[in-house]
Write a protein that binds this ligand. Sequence first.
Ligand code: SF4
Length: 338
Amino acid sequence: MKSDNISYNFPFSHIYVEKQAADHPLTKEILSRFKKSVVIPIDHYKDVFNRTHQDFELQKTAPALILAKNEGASVFAGSPVCQDFGNDHFYYTSCARGCIFNCEYCFLRGMYGSGNVVIFVNLEDIFTEVDMMCRQHHMYLCVSYDTDLIALESLTGFVSKWSSFTESHDDLTIEIRTKSFRKDIYDICKPCPRTIFAYTLSPQEVIDRYEQKTASLSDRLEAAAYAISKGFPVRLCFDPVIYFRGWQDAYAALIHEVAEKIDLSKVKDVSVGSFRIPAEYMKPLRKSFPSSSICQFPYENRNGVFQYPEAQQREMENTLVTLLQSLISKDRIYRAEF
Ligand code: SF4
């Protein structure tokens, strides 16, 4: 029997607002767009986001939004499991935490255990910190590390703001990594050689199986091609490379499709790295997802990082690098090394 009284949660049907973020203009702007959402004042975002025993999968079906202020330092040394692309001063920053996509292998699941999304509304404070740091030396900064920033752009405008900020700071290079299909960003922002848009590329089988809610391969390639046509520096990331039966054929087909749809002579660079995750994040993932093939794979723990067994890892990465070397110069191919 149908009941008209039942109301279902929808994404961001519940918005938690830190008291100290309540008066921020971005908080007000975001709330004005979610008039049907329930707004719940909180003291601190961690009271909600870092709670124990959260039901990650349930939260992912209709994530709550948390609007907060990032207090204290917000720029950190880059993780050794991430690629630095030859940069000496490699950092990441979090202007949002959590993602509207739902990749089964995502380290955020193990790191935070929450399917909700935090937006730190005080981006201007991160800018102040970065401004101070890049007076000392050139910085390479990943700004879409704990989230997919392009996917949140219509809410935050952060990609546009980072793009303008970077343009005015000669000693700053940023990377914005994404699995989004959005192309309109390239009509809004101005190309800057130091703002790199990085597309994670996987065979469609991997996207279907492990990268829920992300853009299809063809949509990612279309967005990347559009960015290139508008003069933006584009990086293609074959990272993480995932092992599954038939991976060789699937990745060969992927690279063939990429070469057909993207002018590789205009790509800034490409990266190759097989799946890896700090052991501390994998432990909660394995507990939460006992039937996940990607979480339960018998990885080796080398130096505190879960990785494919060495020979298998080498075979997977070498296969991709060999395929790519026939299409793009060696000096533009970066491999994960740690
Ligand atoms: S797109 Fe990136 S941040 Fe988002 S769920 Fe997937 S791996 Fe995690």
